[in-house]
Design a protein around this ligand. Sequence first.
Ligand code: ZN
Length: 245
Amino acid sequence: MDAPDRFARQRALAGFSDDGQARLGAATVLVVGVGALGCPAADLLVRAGVGRLRLVDHDAVGLDNLHRQTLYAEADVGRPKVDAAAERLRAAAGAGVTVEALHRTFQEGDLDGVDAVLDCTDDSGTRDWLHALCVARGVPLAWGAVEGWEGQWATVVPGGPCLRCLWPAPGDAPSCADVGVLGAVSATVGAQQALAAVRALLGQESGGTLWLHDGRAGTFDAVRFPRRPECAVCADATVPGSGAR
Ligand SMILES: [Zn+2]
């Protein structure tokens, strides 16, 4: 009798198969920020069998994080988030999954060797910088944000429209206001970021959609956005492997 297969239910998915599982297993995914979005996203990615997860976060766990940051317990309060998260994720992951924990702010070199990126920060400066670097390097980026009862997410893939195509001026992008947040809303966004990364790793993500979730009304809306030829970020980006601008 064959040994139980941890990923049997994933391999059974249409469009997944052994090849899809192998792609995830060979992939490195960077998660910037292990808070309300990064916790559920990272958990889902290691359980899906992503081979290497790189976590970057400079923060420590606070008691008021626990209602939404699903990897932490009261005993973790005061610990670096990446250390507590890596411990939980290694316990949840199967053999062959590597979790790297970087207790500091994001640095450009963190993108080296990365196949997909999740922006799970709540800092507009990091968001803009990370976004521009991902576009320039041709690395798929799954961005997400929560504000109050509302969540938003969008994916940027090489050759597709970027977030500056959507919001031409940096100040147009949503900021993280201190208006509270519900864990079920942030977990929804984080799960969608993880799903977008999986699609990107399988070559099944085309980007160009901003999703708007109103957790209070229980609604989801999709807004399609095109690439702008004059975009300040992606107009000159090279698509890896295409040999063309
Ligand atoms: Zn653009």
